[in-house]
Design a binder for this molecule. Structure first.
Ligand code: NDP
Length: 264
């Protein structure tokens, strides 16, 4: 019987995930279909999942914490970071994973000499990725607009700053982990701070994809290599697909099909 998958989010109309996963289902001759579902009330995620009779789901903004609470079983990393972006139904039990963070880790592997990373932003994505980067041997510092969000990072032992307390030093990678530039034209932090840290950096990375953000534009002014969030999106999608299909396919073969979604 054909398996059904979906992405839950709000908004969800812009998501590339249906295209990414359907290209793979077709290319690998896997009898499944992937749709999108705009979910307003995240507390209804679990009910909706069973009501739709789906095998698996991706979860995007703003429901990753709701997804965490909707699961019966969590893998160790999802448990640690409190956010789930991939759910698989196995015999009526919902299993939750976080593939955003390993996706980001894989995306920045192209900068092998980068060890000291400055995150601009301290939201949910920064929370999961800071933990996986630290576990992988990176040194992560966080700079955020508001002090409130930094508290949980301080408890985890990360060095944190607000715009007022920031002390410039050398960082290898500067990463925009905020939504600044996603739907507006703003920088993630004051330009003066960028002017202090970008010149010494090896590269600048944005998690936003599909557009040149003001942050990436500013980075190019310094002739720095830049990278947007497309590879992160691709890699989180491949890892999710591996869960959806119970590791039936090789990473490489999924990648060769899924990357075509970025050409359309
Ligand atoms: P959250 O809502 O959890 O956090 C938002 C963060 O952005 C906060 O730190 C907030 O600061 C900061 N922020 C928002 N607007 C501004 C602004 N104008 N100036 C300065 N700081 C700002 O978001 P997420 O962590 O869920 O998502 C962050 C980004 O990651 C989004 O752009 C999202 O699209 C992207 N993303 C990309 C993925 C990919 O595959 N490429 C996967 C997942 C996410 P404050 O605390 O002060 O409000």
């Amino acid at each position: 019987m054909k398996k059904l998958f979906t992405i839950f989010g709000n908004p969800v109309s812009h998501s590339k995930s249906p295209l990414m996963h359907n290209l793979c289902f077709q290319g690998l001759d896997y009898d499944a279909c992937y749709t999108r579902y705009r979910l307003e009330d995240g507390t209804q995620l679990r009910n909706k999942f069973f009501e739709l009779g789906i095998t698996g789901a991706s979860i995007t903004v703003p429901h990753k914490e709701h997804a965490f609470h909707a699961c019966d079983e969590l893998d160790e990393f999802a448990q640690k970071v409190g956010a789930v972006n991939t759910i698989v139904n196995r015999d009526g039990k919902l299993y939750g994973y976080n593939t955003d963070a390993p996706g980001f880790l894989k995306a920045i592997a192209e900068f092998p000499n980068a060890k000291k990373v400055l995150f601009l932003g301290a939201g949910g994505t920064a929370k999961a990725t800071s933990v996986i980067l630290r576990d992988a041997g990176y040194h992560v510092t966080l700079l955020n607009r508001s002090a409130e969000r930094l508290e949980s990072f301080q408890k985890e032992g990360f060095q944190t700053y607000t715009f007022d307390t920031f002390e410039a030093k050398k960082f290898d990678l500067i990463v925009n982990m905020t939504s600044a530039g996603l739907e507006d034209d703003s920088l993630p932090c004051p330009k003066e701070i960028l002017n202090q840290v970008i010149p010494d950096a090896l590269a600048c990375v944005d998690v936003i994809y599909g557009k040149e953000t003001p942050f990436l534009r500013a980075s190019k002014e310094y002739n720095k290599p830049t990278k947007d969030g497309s590879d992160m999106l691709l890699y989180q999608g491949i890892i999710a697909f591996e869960h959806f299909t119970e590791q039936k396919f090789k990473f490489k073969e999924i990648k060769s099909l899924m990357k075509n979604a970025f050409l359309i």
